[in-house]
Design a protein around this ligand. Structure first.
Ligand code: AMP
Length: 505
């Protein structure tokens, strides 16, 4: 199907090479032709460091055009790109480096002194640096390299990247993504979302995660569009740059924060054609408020490190609030009974399972897990959901989040939706906390609207009208904010740890 991600997706026509690939907030423009030449130099530098096809290249650097080029260079050298969250500490990095055994580790210049000995201990052969403005030893080494590089041919099943799962539960595992996983998903999404060479994608996401890396960058390459690369999400900066963009991709938190900006106005977004949300649940209130304020309907899609994107609301067609849309063309989604594994009919809640060209090749060096993670060729996502009669998927929560109280299954999202709808509540997270009688007690952690905290009894009285008694929270806890990771996911594991002793006798 392809000769590898770079050869399959990077636009090669003379016209395309003249067009902008990356623009930065300070006005720098990097054309496709320049990106090809600079990624060639970087690929030569990687090879000179001993990187061979199939080797891992681990990268923990700040977002920059050069960091994007390093991703392309790694693909061109036939190596496996392994991005790491910039927030990881030395102790966390030691685990990833020892597990993945990369040939090369690229880090921020200021961290080199502390990380080099650790990388050597983990058996990494070379350490180079890359700073935000193109500083560091990697760029210095590539400067004198030729600007033509014969991209290494790859087979469909060869690895292109390893993404360590975000680890909100348990120890992080390396999801192995193949060349054809990335190529097929990028082409499918570019077509479904109607990307063209005229599109400019506002990019405020991190590039160490599937969303900002493969969804944003590979879809852009597949369509020959441009990226407006912002260093991070800052609501004011995003508002200033939106008039120059036609598409934005974001996590729900970005849209929540933009809605808090008084400057968010229809006229500002007149140029835009599409706002895409994913990586964490989007509240129906956010969906509605965005439509009211901007006239645009958010497009919600669903994916994960192991699979890329699985489902998406349509670009043309009905976008259903609270649904992540039907399966992508070529992808099959089914719902099964979490205990027996039997497929369930539309309307029933169960485990979401996925099969398709997007589904990864397993976890790095964990072949024994394969039996547990797959079911008749379908990947068991760990997410719970239901399909409606039209085939639209609704996510109900994570299987690990399911609360079993007095033998009854309680889906936290259902309770959270009811609590969030109450006056005086900004948002909530419902968890199960060990309880001597019930096994687990439904516990609601609630963020009130500033200065409008409702009384416990008010909340419970309202919930009693809407929910069966066994679903009612046994305890309400009011906090200023919920702990979230960089993709906007609420870290329920932290909440469960924090409140583990709440009902201890
Ligand atoms: P990650 O591998 O970090 O991308 O996390 C993937 C997980 O994020 C999925 O398994 C879902 O639990 C969650 N997720 C992704 N997209 C959505 C969405 N649109 N709505 C709700 N949860 C989502």
């Amino acid at each position: 199907m392809s000769a590898g991600v770079f050869s399959a997706l990077f636009p090669a026509t003379a016209g395309a090479l003249e067009r902008a690939f990356l623009r930065t907030s300070d006005g720098r423009v990097l054309r496709y032709g320049e990106a090809r030449a600079q990624s060639a130099r970087l690929a030569h530098a990687l090879v000179a460091c001993g990187v061979r096809p199939g080797d891992r290249v681990a990268v923990q650097v700040e977002k920059s055009p050069e960091a994007v080029l390093l991703y392309l260079a790694t693909l061109r050298a036939g190596a496996v790109y392994l991005p790491l969250n910039t927030a990881y500490t030395a102790a966390e990095l030691e685990y990833f480096l020892a597990d993945a055994e990369p040939a090369l580790f690229v880090c921020a210049p200021e961290r080199e002194g502390g990380l080099e000995p650790l990388a050597r201990r983990a058996g990494v052969r070379a350490v180079l640096t890359l700073g935000p403005a193109g500083s560091g030893s990697l760029i210095a080494r590539s400067a004198s390299c030729p600007d033509h590089f014969e991209t290494v041919a790859r087979q469909d099943g060869d690895l292109a990247a390893i993404l360590y799962t975000s680890g909100t539960t348990g120890r992080s595992k390396g999801a192995m993504l193949t060349q054809s996983n990335l190529v097929s998903n990028a082409r499918t999404l570019a077509a479904l979302w109607e990307f063209t060479a005229q599109d400019v994608l506002l990019h405020a996401l991190p590039i160490f995660h599937i969303h900002g890396l493969f969804v944003a960058i590979n879809v852009t390459l597949a369509a020959g569009s441009s990226i407006l690369l912002l260093p991070r999400f800052d609501a004011g900066q995003v508002l200033r740059h939106l008039p120059d963009a036609s598409v934005m991709m974001g996590v729900p938190t970005y849209y929540v924060r933009l809605l808090r900006e008084p400057g968010l106005a229809r006229a500002l977004l007149a140029h835009c054609r599409l706002f895409i949300s994913g990586s964490a649940p989007l509240l129906i209130e956010t969906h509605r408020e965005w439509t009211d304020r901007t006239g645009h309907t958010l497009l919600e899609r669903y994916g994960m490190s192991e699979t890329g994107m699985n489902t998406s609301n349509p670009c043309t067609g009905e976008r259903v609030p609270e649904s992540v849309g039907p399966p992508l063309p070529g992808v099959a989604v089914r719902i099964t009974d979490a205990a027996s594994g039997a497929p369930l009919p539309p309307g029933e809640v169960g485990m979401i399972e996925v099969r398709g060209p997007n589904v990864f090749a397993g976890y790095w060096r964990r072949p024994e897990r394969e039996r547990e993670d797959f079911h008749d060729g379908f990947f068991i996502t760990g997410d719970l959901g239901r399909l409606d009669a039209r085939g639209y998927l609704f996510i109900v929560g994570r299987a690990k989040d399911l609360v079993i109280s007095g033998g009854y299954n309680v889906y936290p999202k259902e309770i959270e939706a009811e609590i969030d709808a109450l006056a005086g509540v900004l948002e909530s997270a419902v968890i199960g906390v060990p309880h001597p009688d019930f096994g687990e007690a439904v516990t609601a952690v609630i963020v009130p609207v500033a200065a409008a905290r409702p009384a416990d009894e008010q909340v419970l009285a309202a919930l009693r009208l809407r929910l069966a008694a066994y679903k009612l929270p046994k305890r309400l806890i009011f906090v200023d904010e919920l702990p979230r990771n960089s993709m906007g996911k609420v870290q329920k594991k932290l909440l469960r740890e924090r409140y583990a002793g709440l009902f201890r006798p």
